[in-house]
Design a protein around this ligand. Structure first.
Ligand SMILES: NC(=O)c1ccc[n+]([C@@H]2O[C@H](COP(=O)([O-])OP(=O)(O)OC[C@H]3O[C@@H](n4cnc5c(N)ncnc54)[C@H](O)[C@@H]3O)[C@@H](O)[C@H]2O)c1
Length: 358
């Protein structure tokens, strides 16, 4: 099975398939023919797939795993290796791994020689449905997740769902965090058609956990169609793209408060979505029936709503949220549900949110 999506912004294609790895390799070779390449690969993914990927060691840079590796040290490592092997402006970097490797490589590519092409080969569900597409690149610094970054669209994205066979359940669930997000924002994405993602997700749980190819490809395809519709209208997040941050302002604060170690990005997004749903219901933005349906959709996949006080002190979370790129001098803008499958930005003071977090 093979599905191809096109993104007008930077005019690139995304291929979603369950092809064998030989085909993936030959697709990459033909796409990069005549260019020098630097493969930036997650160490863990490399251990699992080195025989399939069969990358020439001269073109390879391995990066250790984990959010804390999305840092300036590894950014310099990539730049140094690229210079060493003589990558020019016309050559290409290739990210193979989850969102950490994709964000880091994208950021390195966006600044190497003032910007060269990069290709995304996402190997986690989260990277397949979200981070590999849309051109947000970044590294973290202490206290500031993604605080140094660029918008730099990839030249191509090759999504091969066979990588998911070795992903552990926790990471698979983490990807679901971003998948579920699309169900709550579908109507706000302004995609030309309805994909009925909320309804699709209420029915696909068993097939999803069986890693059924048709279900996974549809899930990725729908998620990306919605994301692309947004990115094509607002690449640099001056307006519409903010809807993709549903659940994320609190999620980033949770990750930072727990040193990026205790929760995965997707888990933090799930807590952020529970919080947004609760706040929206309390403020009368959504009715009880939609609130219940939404909470049930998330819980049906095995997530539990936990008290945020157990994660970190509310005062601490607020401080971190104030550092978020979405904060303004008038207060914190949160993306909240406001109708079925619709979200909007709502501004609250820090005091109001602290009260609610408590
Ligand atoms: N750029 C964007 O638009 C965007 C959007 C969402 C998230 N992100 C970023 O993405 C990052 C999270 O990405 P992630 O969830 O993919 O985490 P990750 O990159 O840390 O990968 C998670 C774990 O899965 C392992 N792994 C990867 N592929 C595997 C496979 N096929 N089999 C077995 N193990 C595998 C990795 O080794 C790692 O330990 C965060 O830094 C987040 O900020 C970026």
């Amino acid at each position: 099975m093979r599905q191809v999506l096109h993104v007008d912004t930077n005019n690139y294609n995304i291929e979603i398939s369950d092809n064998n790895f030989d085909k993936l390799k030959s697709d990459i070779d033909s796409y990069t023919s005549g260019k020098k390449r630097l493969f930036v690969v997650s160490k863990h993914v490399y251990e699992l797939y080195k025989d399939f990927l069969n990358i020439n060691p001269a073109e390879l840079l391995l990066i250790p795993d984990g959010e804390t590796e999305k840092n300036i040290k590894n950014y310099i490592k990539i730049q140094t290796k690229a210079l060493e092997i003589g990558l020019t402006r016309y050559d290409v970097m290739i990210a193979v791994g989850g969102g950490v490797i994709g964000d880091l490589t994208g950021f390195a590519a966006s600044t190497y020689m003032r910007g060269i092409e990069y290709i995304q080969i996402p190997t986690t569900l989260l990277a397949m449905v979200d981070s590999s597409v849309g051109g947000k690149t970044a590294i973290d610094i202490t206290g500031g997740k993604n605080s140094i970054g660029t918008f730099h669209q990839p030249g191509a994205v090759f999504i091969n769902i066979n990588f998911l066979k070795t992903l552990d359940k926790r990471q698979l669930m983490s990807g679901l965090g971003e998948v579920l997000k699309y169900a709550f924002i579908e109507e706000s994405c302004e995609y030309e058609k309805s994909v009925f993602f909320f309804e699709f997700l209420t029915l696909c749980k068993e097939k999803f956990f069986e890693l059924d190819s048709v279900t996974l490809i549809r899930m990725i395809d729908y998620s990306l169609k919605l994301k692309i519709a947004v990115v094509e209208k607002d690449e640099k997040e001056s307006g519409l793209r903010k809807v993709l941050n549903f659940g994320h302002t609190l999620a980033h604060a949770i990750e930072s408060a727990t040193n990026y170690k205790k929760y995965t990005h997707g888990e933090a997004v799930v807590y952020g979505m529970f919080f947004a749903l609760n706040l929206a219901f309390k403020k009368g933005l959504i009715n009880y029936s939609y609130y219940r349906l939404s909470v049930e959709l998330i819980e049906n996949f095995g997530f539990k709503n936990i008290s945020l006080k157990k994660i970190a002190r509310p005062e601490n979370l607020i401080k971190l949220m104030e550092h978020d790129k979405k904060a303004t001098h008038n207060g914190l803008t949160l993306i909240l549900p406001c109708a079925k499958k619709k979200v909007k930005g709502a501004v609250y003071t820090s005091e109001e949110i602290i009260e609610f977090l408590k």
